[in-house]
Design a protein around this ligand. Structure first.
Ligand SMILES: Nc1nc2c(ncn2[C@@H]2O[C@H](COP(=O)(O)OP(=O)(O)O)[C@@H](O)[C@H]2O)c(=O)[nH]1
Ligand SMILES: [Mg+2]
Length: 331
């Protein structure tokens, strides 16, 4: 049995192995992704993003716990397959400082203990490496594998700090942006442009002073942003601003409900398909870009590149001229 088949049959070890292959972009990983792709498209991808320390990991923990708790699941949280089973949950932590990584702090390990041992919860940390959209690409691959492996909800934690994170957030059907009081006067996420991709805003650490002013600032931002909103799948969705205390789980149930209702909203309004289109377009464009650059690099001797760069430095060629020559010469 090959890796892809083993993953489809629910083998966790095979799943871990394949995720490593996909992260390293090996030929075996690519082949398995090709084989698994027809089995994808069922999972609800939920991005959880925000500045470091806002409580994303804690919140993701709470969400997973709630989704796996039977007394709560009695409401609307069931698998789509009529089995009556609880949804299977995967967590992908792209945050390099995430407690899901090997160097976890003691407190973080304690937090994670609630989830470990549940065979229907799978936690994976992404190594934070790779240039040229590499991280976004491997995250896309990892979520595809988890989707094919039958995880209903895939929670993707990213640090909202730059374009790479915005790109990763774009993978999600539902994006939760997490803020916390006292993160400075101007809200961090706005600087990163991440508010534009938010479907749900969370003010975590609602036990801390300043929660009202953070919430007010977010609402004011929403009012300003609303007219120009062009993100696919948005129509008719009022971006809610929720308060949570991820430490003790307060507000987390409500957040789960809102996340699930966002998926329902997308399905009912056709927003899901729009998002799928946008997601796949984004992914495909990225693969083409990376593939073209890789091909160009393989055909361009390093010296040609260095010489062209030198010519630009000496003002003998403009950057445009140099780029054009390098691209043409690459055949
Ligand atoms: N007071 C308070 N602390 C919190 C809350 N949520 C998380 N924390 C703490 O904030 C710190 C950072 O949390 P973490 O989940 O690792 O944040 P991340 O960097 O966004 O993933 C940890 O020490 C948490 O225990 C909260 O709602 N209230
Ligand atoms: Mg974290």
């Amino acid at each position: 049995m090959d890796l892809a088949e083993a993953v489809l049959s629910g083998n966790r070890l095979a799943l871990s192995r394949l995720l490593t292959q996909v992260e390293n972009d090996t030929p075996e990983g690519r082949a398995a992704l090709d084989a698994l792709f027809p089995h994808t498209g069922r999972a609800h991808l939920v991005g959880v993003t925000g500045s470091p320390g806002t409580g994303k990991s804690s919140l993701v923990n709470q969400l997973a716990r709630i989704l796996r708790r039977s007394e709560l699941a009695g409401r609307s949280i069931r698998r789509q397959d009529d089995s009556g089973a609880l949804p299977r949950v995967a967590i992908v932590a792209v945050d390099p400082s995430s407690p899901f990584t090997g160097g976890a702090l003691l407190g973080d390990r304690v937090r994670m203990r609630d989830l470990s041992g549940d065979p229907d919860v799978f936690i994976r940390s992404m190594a934070s490496r790779g240039a040229l959209g590499g991280l976004a690409r491997s995250t896309a691959g990892v979520t595809q594998v988890l989707d094919a492996a039958g995880f209903d909800l895939i929670l993707i934690e990213t640090v909202g700090a730059g374009q790479a994170e915005v790109d990763i957030a774009r993978l999600a059907h539902t994006t939760v942006v997490v803020e916390a009081p006292g993160m400075g006067d101007d809200i961090q996420a706005i600087k990163a442009g991440i508010l534009e991709i938010a479907d749900i805003l969370v003010v975590n650490k609602a036990d801390r002073p300043g929660v009202e002013s953070t919430e007010r600032a977010l609402r004011a931002m929403l009012e300003l942003a609303e007219p120009g909103r062009k993100t696919p799948g948005k129509p008719g969705w009022q971006i809610p601003v929720l308060r949570t205390i991820a430490n003790n789980g307060e507000g987390a149930e409500r957040l789960v409900e809102v996340v699930l209702s966002h998926a329902r909203h997308l399905h009912e309004t056709g927003g899901w398909q729009e998002r799928e289109l946008a997601r796949m377009e984004d992914h495909l464009r990225r693969l083409i870009q990376v593939g073209l650059v890789e091909r160009w690099q393989a055909h361009t001797p390093e010296e040609r590149y260095t010489q062209a760069l030198q010519s630009v430095l000496e003002r003998r060629l403009s950057p445009f001229e140099a780029a054009a020559r390098l691209i043409e010469g690459a055949g």
